[in-house]
Design a protein around this ligand. Structure first.
Ligand SMILES: [Zn+2]
Length: 433
């Protein structure tokens, strides 16, 4: 397949770009080496920690990245007190006034499985069959049918005892390799580009202290998606709902017409929320109420839910209905029986991204130039990008080529990673047009 150069002024015309192709192939090696280097760092985050970043070991990779950025000749490279690393690929001559765009990845790996002592296995020219990770762990096509897409690719898998860390070191490696390419190819014209690496994404704190102003980009892209072509700019609107129930405990032998059992009322609340609107019965754009905890006894009990919906109006309706349930039960059992505490958590970034259609249009174009067909789909969750979008930095999420995140079946396609890296280079060029 031909590799398209983002910025034609660099002088290598499409179809006659043998030299250029050769260079990108060299970069491909570089990309694999980088990726293998980064997954060797144990950077697991810890949701039970109260420090930021949650684990010190993340800073080891973060400061390594800062050094690497300096060695590439990038400017304004710094790691702040929280561990955020930022750096600049300066604009090429004449492109100083073009929009500043950013690329962001997280360095931590999921608390779900160890990321220590990762022993990657490389499968060249994957034949499309089941993959033996070790003597007792097989990754089968029956269980993971999307494997067949990667026939002929170079795959990187685990040895079945750890996660791989492609989430999100694939993104980190793609950004760094694209940065190296841009720094050494000044003929590829682009505006100022900001690079950001963050800790603690996996525990939901990734942008808690991210200084959007200091980052100084007009638009950014998180490189944190999976399958080739993923382009995400819609996520859930999210709220937490806690029903606090005050019962009245009376000895059960003399409870008739007097007892109010808080646990029974908690069950009643759950029975009033529509059973079809649960995660196990919903997909695509369907929202839900998800029961995540019940605690208490007869006298006092509470139940917690998360409420999700892509559509803001339906999201508000879901919250209003939860309030109706509480109000109804207060009429039935007496005021003060049920107290509902609702707290919004994050919102759908679509509202923030849609006023800037060029952010999506250019991502689509950059992917097509890299030979990738964009797959636009809603995220059934949230991303750092959704929070950044509400902090004033519209920030869709792009594919990295990593798959089966957070467990021993995680793998990555080097061919897809290369296309992600190419997409970054293409985007740099397109924003300078
Ligand atoms: Zn991730």
């Amino acid at each position: 397949m031909k590799i398209l150069c983002a910025a034609y002024p660099c002088g290598f015309a499409v179809g006659a770009n043998t030299l250029h192709e050769q260079r990108l192939n060299d970069n491909n090696m570089e990309l694999l080496e980088r990726f293998l280097k980064y997954v060797a760092f144990d950077t697991q985050s810890d949701e039970n920690s109260e420090t930021f970043p949650s684990t010190d070991k993340q800073k080891v990779l973060l400061s390594h990245l800062a050094e690497e950025m300096k060695a590439l000749g990038m400017t304004e490279v710094e790691m702040d007190a929280y561990g955020y690393v930022m750096g600049t690929i300066p604009a090429t001559n004449g492109c100083e006034s073009k929009p500043v765009i950013g690329f962001i990845s997280h360095v931590d790996t999921s608390p779900d499985m160890s990321g220590k002592g990762v022993k990657p296995q490389i499968i060249k020219n994957y034949d499309g069959s089941d993959i033996k990770l070790n003597d007792s762990v097989m990754m089968t096509v029956a269980e993971f049918p999307e494997l067949s897409f990667f026939k002929g690719h170079t795959l990187i898998t685990t040895d079945g005892t750890t996660l791989l860390g492609a989430d999100d070191k694939a993104g980190v490696a793609e950004i760094m390799s694209a940065a190296e390419y841009l720094m050494s190819h000044p003929e590829v014209r682009h505006g100022k580009i900001r690079i950001g690496f963050t800790p603690d994404e996996e525990i939901g704190r990734g942008v808690d202290y991210f200084d959007v102003k200091r980052f100084g980009a007009q638009y950014a892209y998180t490189m944190d998606g999976g399958f080739e072509g993923e382009l995400e700019y819609e996520n859930f609107n999210a709220a937490g709902a806690r029903f606090e129930v005050q019962g009245k405990n009376i000895h059960p032998g003399s409870a008739k017409d007097k007892m109010k059992n808080a646990l029974q009322i908690v069950c009643e609340i759950n029975s009033m929320l529509p059973p079809v609107q649960r995660p196990e019965h919903t997909e695509g754009y369907e929202g839900f109420y998800h029961l995540i905890g019940i605690s208490g006894g007869v006298e006092k009990a509470e139940s917690s839910y998360i409420i999700r919906d892509h559509d803001r109006a339906r999201f508000e309706q879901k919250k209003a209905f939860a309030q109706d349930v509480a109000d109804f039960l207060n009429r039935k059992y007496g005021d003060g029986t049920v107290k509902l505490v609702l707290k919004d958590q994050y919102y759908n970034m679509r509202e923030m991204v849609e006023p800037h259609p060029e952010v999506i249009d250019r991502a689509v174009e950059a992917m097509r130039m890299a030979g990738v067909e964009p797959l636009i789909k809603p995220i059934r969750g949230g991303t750092d990008g959704s929070r950044l979008s509400y902090m004033g930095l519209p920030c869709p999420n792009l594919f990295t080529g990593g798959m089966n995140f957070h467990g021993k079946f995680e793998y990555a396609s080097l061919d897809t990673m290369r296309k992600a890296m190419q997409t970054i280079i293409n985007l740099a060029g397109l924003w300078a047009k």
